[in-house]
Ligand binder design. Structure first.
Ligand SMILES: [Zn+2]
Length: 406
């Protein structure tokens, strides 16, 4: 190319760059001004109406608002005809000397069971339960509060060790889960979302008689619900991620089962995830390296989004999780304390799913000012805002954006 053309080309390129930087500045100016003059209500209204793409980090059963839980649990038209009971008192029905009683969820109030579980209990234990549909109004409110973080002394332990244990049989009803998926689609559509990626599995679902559905049967529940006219009318596309509970004894075998299942059901499942508190050391990322390498040798690549760095202490979990082959990282809070991995992720195509409200509610940051999100964003690490277990702290996608802007 002659020198003259190179000069012209450079000049044109410089003009384009300056134009694009200039117009970028122009575009952000009005929003900066709006941010500073708008009331909180105006800002919230604006963010609610703003198109927001998708929610890429969403646990299905953790995203069911407590009012929805109560309605679905007590409305037999919606829940497949299941009847539920919840523990409302302790009548000392078990022998406290036995360790099983102490280790079980026996002392957990508002633990929910279905009719078949109730029928198998002793008379004494049955007397500790009340039918959900017969709870007095003030107890209904307490029941709802038992499934969300509603007071200052509740946090990570309540969330990890009580909420899911209380849900118990309620989380094993495919009619309820399919319905809550639709409700989430509808609510997210109202907020301007067009895509939802939600984490859920297809095993351990119970029929009314207590026997288990097959994984294929449950997958079909979701397929059928997603094709119903009201679901299609939301305009929200759903992709499911199959989750692996990372710290259980047989997690490697479980990973292999899930990997093969997701591979065979790629129309419904877009990938897999690993969940569970990272404070439990047995779920460390490199535990799964050999299993994943063996599976990849045989099966075409499966996208993986994996929880990593949801900790309030430094660790190598984000880096080790990238080595597992993760395309995306869930949370990544402690990446801020790992400079090599920050440089690795800068301007990369590895996304961090940021969960501002979850991280604050579960005490991984003491205040929003402490969250590394703005640093990741402006340092050039790809980030997205997501809702995690929004039902358990009553939030939505707009709340995440509102917190981020503020
Ligand atoms: Zn999560």
């Amino acid at each position: 190319m002659p020198i003259r053309f190179i000069r012209l080309y450079r000049l044109a390129l410089m003009c384009m760059l300056s134009i694009s930087l200039h117009s970028h500045a122009m575009k952000t100016d009005w929003f900066e001004a709006f941010k500073h003059t708008a009331t909180d209500e105006q800002l919230y209204q604006f963010l609610y109406a703003m198109p927001k793409g998708g929610d890429l980090h969403n646990h299905l059963t953790g995203s069911n608002f407590v009012d929805w839980w109560f309605e679905l649990a007590t409305n037999e038209q919606l829940n497949g005809g299941y009847r539920y009971y919840t523990r409302t008192r302790i009548n000392n029905c078990v022998d406290y000397a036995t360790t099983t009683a102490v280790n079980s969820a026996y002392f957990l109030m508002f633990r929910n069971i279905q009719q078949s579980t109730y029928s198998a209990l002793s008379r004494c234990e049955q007397s500790e339960y009340t039918a959900l549909s017969e709870l007095p109004a003030h107890t209904v409110q307490a029941w709802k509060n038992s499934l969300r973080l509603d007071s200052v002394n509740e946090g990570r332990n309540e969330f990890f060790y009580s909420h899911w244990q209380r849900l118990n049989d309620l989380g094993a009803n495919p009619y309820i889960n399919a319905e809550m998926l639709y409700r989430n689609m509808k609510a997210f559509a109202a907020e301007g979302l067009v895509y939802l990626e939600t984490m859920e599995g297809t095993r351990f679902y119970k029929r009314k008689d207590g026997s288990l559905y097959s994984a294929d049967e449950v997958a079909d529940f979701y397929r059928t619900r997603l094709q119903q006219p009201d679901a299609l009318a939301t305009g929200v596309t759903v992709g499911m991620q199959y989750y692996l509970l990372r710290f259980i004894d047989n997690a490697e075998q479980d990973l292999e089962w899930i990997y093969r299942f997701v591979d065979k059901n790629r129309d419904l499942f877009v990938g897999l995830n690993m969940v569970g508190s990272e404070d439990i050391d047995t779920g460390y990322p490199l535990r799964f390296l050999d299993t994943l390498r063996t599976l990849r040798r045989e099966i075409p690549t499966l996208p993986m989004s994996i929880h990593a760095g949801e900790q309030d202490k430094p660790s190598r979990n984000v880096r080790d999780t990238l080595l597992l082959g993760a395309n995306r990282i869930g949370h990544g809070i402690n990446l801020i304390s790992d400079p090599d991995t920050m440089l690795l992720m800068r301007n990369s195509n590895h996304l961090i799913e940021i969960n501002l409200i979850s991280n604050f509610m579960l005490g991984y940051v003491d205040s929003y000012q402490q969250h590394p999100f703005p640093e990741y964003l402006r340092f050039g690490i790809p980030v997205t805002l997501t809702t995690d277990d929004r039902g358990m702290w009553d939030s939505n996608m707009t709340d995440e954006y509102f917190v981020a802007v503020k």
